[in-house]
Design a protein around this ligand. Structure first.
Ligand SMILES: [Zn+2]
Length: 174
């Protein structure tokens, strides 16, 4: 399983090489390319990523509005998130149930509810493959989840995009 942090910033006006583009994680597992979250920065920027599947943690714009014009692949989300994004022309919504694992590629993705927003209820994902685990959260974590995260495998590799990769969708200097 290969993790690439495509974006690491939240809903803040500026970005830098330390934090650029709205939070998004690409997980390559088997032959599958799984993207978690797709904020406004990713509108019209998905072609090079070519995700096979997108998973959303919640409906806030910095995590989901990159799909405002639709999606090139199936999109997994909870019913709470799908309902809040029903105006988006996504052709293939797939329902995620809390704590019910979905196998994508060689990995299993399990959604855990997190405290984040009443208006946009969020989940984090425990991703498991071959006895290794990683936990992805779009928000700060309660202690129970932190304990689970601390048991995540340290051997999963993670990378960031090249430093000369475009920083913002607008290509404006950062
Ligand atoms: Zn949020």
């Amino acid at each position: 399983m290969q993790l690439t942090f495509l974006g690491t910033r939240g809903e803040i006006p500026l970005c830098s090489y330390e934090h650029r583009r709205h939070s998004a994680l690409l997980i390559e597992t088997g032959n599958a390319r799984i993207m978690i979250d797709c904020g406004t920065d990713w509108l019209d920027a998905l072609d090079p990523i070519a995700p096979d599947v997108i998973l959303l943690t919640h409906a806030h714009a910095d995590h989901a509005a990159g799909l405002a014009q639709g999606a090139p692949c199936p999109v997994y989300a909870t019913q709470e998130t799908i309902s809040r994004l029903s105006r988006f022309p996504v052709n293939d919504w797939r329902l995620l149930e809390h704590r019910h694992a979905v196998k994508l590629g060689k990995a299993r993705f399990e959604a855990f509810p997190l405290q984040h927003s009443i208006n946009a209820p969020a989940v984090g994902f425990r991703v498991s493959e071959a006895g290794q685990h990683v936990f992805y959260s779009p928000t700060s974590l309660p202690s129970a989840i932190r304990r689970m995260r601390s048991s995540a495998s340290p051997s999963i590799s993670a990378t960031a995009p090249p430093r000369n990769a475009p920083c913002c969708a607008s290509a404006a200097p950062c």
